[in-house]
Design a protein around this ligand. Structure first.
Ligand SMILES: [Zn+2]
Length: 411
């Protein structure tokens, strides 16, 4: 019996995709501005309901509420600002006024129209302090906040040009309405979401398996964040294909696991980003969300378990957090062991980022206590096929990779 009653955040799945094909001619004459990748990703996220109940870029009162109370102005829990910024020079050049319709373009192609409801400013330092608990520009989220232009433009959007998701990502892109349909077809009532921006090592595999048990789930949904990359990150193709390979190789049964993607540029907001992740996965139809150690953190800005505790500090949001300690490699237990059970803390071997990197750079098939052979092979293949020889993001990859999504010309 499928319990498909899990409502989207705010009760209704937002749909801001134009209901009829929009012609290029109908957009002619609109004031228009080019947007960066991040804003294009957010237009897609808003339009397809990933960010329900948000229907556009936030108004000042929403940003204020997000910063001070971790809610939208409407009162629904919300943790990170989703804003559209413009320079004063661009506002002046376009003579942009409240009440205008602004066309947002990406690589010279139309993406969405924005109903300009409000032009406002906001203290970026206060925004950074409230959202990130930091004002130091070494924090990538703080840096992103300081980089916003001075004018914020709030209002609803309409996606006028649905994106093309390019291979190999196309088969992992399920907007919330489609995802919910897939869950129903698969008879999945209880689904535990796994947030990732990593190639799965043995610890990740067991984190997912443990959460599946803890949630008494029908399935695990891997939802990989695909967006802005830093040098040294895993390449996007390796992340998503490796998760898929884990199931194909039988470490998860075909009917209990699915890999998918989310277009989102990580803010590294630690606990607040954990809340955001939970809301998005709720909108996708998941009933549970796993949170391991240092979820969405960066450096040493957050306590490793701040993302666990935050769910005790906010009202229930309708998706159950499944919080877990670490899974590590324990030679005494002779396998992957759970921090909450294994008594050999002194012997444990952390599955650290440094170890992962050294293993992949070594090029020799590792022990399954580090990576599954199938995952390792796949990552090596991706390095050749997509990474210009490396499984990690390089300048070359950033310049020459095939874009994840593109917007074609309208007729
Ligand atoms: Zn042990």
């Amino acid at each position: 019996m499928v319990d498909n009653s899990l409502s989207p955040h705010g009760g209704v799945l937002v749909d801001r995709v134009a209901t009829q094909a929009v012609s290029a001619a109908s957009l002619r004459g609109l004031k228009s501005i080019a947007i960066r990748d991040q804003i294009a990703h957010e237009c897609v996220g808003i339009a397809y309901g990933y960010f329900s109940p948000i229907e556009g870029f936030m108004l000042r009162e929403d940003v204020e509420a997000v910063c001070e109370r971790m809610t939208l102005a409407s009162g629904y829990v919300w943790s990170v600002p989703v804003v559209f910024d413009m320079s004063q020079a661009d506002v002046d050049r376009l003579s942009l006024r409240e009440g205008d319709t602004l066309l947002l373009t990406h690589e010279s192609q139309p993406v969405a129209t924005l109903d300009v409801e409000q032009l406002y400013s906001f203290d970026k330092q206060r925004m950074a302090e409230r959202v990130y608990g930091a004002t130091d520009a070494n924090h990538p989220g703080v840096q992103r906040t300081y980089a916003y232009e001075d004018v914020f433009v709030g209002g609803r959007i309409t996606l006028v040009n649905p994106p093309t998701i390019n291979p190999p990502f196309d088969r992992f892109w399920y907007p919330p309405s489609v995802m919910r349909q897939r869950f129903a077809e698969k008879d999945w009532g209880r689904v535990a979401a796994h947030q990732t921006r990593n190639v799965p090592h043995a610890g990740h595999e067991w984190l997912m398996k443990g959460a599946w048990f803890a949630a008494n789930a029908d399935a695990v949904l891997v939802n990989a964040v695909i967006g802005e990359k830093k040098i040294g990150d895993f390449i996007d193709e390796a992340i998503i294909l490796a998760h898929d390979a884990l199931r194909d190789a039988g470490y998860f049964r075909q009917d209990v696991h699915m890999a998918s993607m989310l277009l989102w540029d990580m803010r590294y907001a630690g606990p607040r980003e954990a809340v955001f992740h939970a809301i998005v996965r709720k909108n996708l139809g998941c009933t549970h969300h796993m949170f391991g150690r240092d979820h969405a953190g960066v450096g040493s800005y957050y306590d490793p378990y701040a993302s666990h505790r935050i769910f005790d500090e906010i009202p229930p949001i309708g998706i159950e957090p499944v919080v877990t300690l670490e899974w590590w490699n324990c030679p005494v237990c002779a396998g992957i062991a759970y921090e909450g059970l294994c008594g050999h803390q002194d012997s444990k071997q952390d599955l650290s980022g440094t170890l992962m990197r050294a293993t992949l750079e070594g090029g020799v098939t590792p022990s399954p206590l580090i990576f599954r052979a199938e995952v390792f092979e796949l990552v090596m293949e991706c390095a050749q096929k997509y990474g210009f020889g490396s499984p990690f993001v390089t300048e070359n990859y950033l310049r020459n990779r095939r874009p994840v999504l593109s917007f074609g010309p309208l007729s």
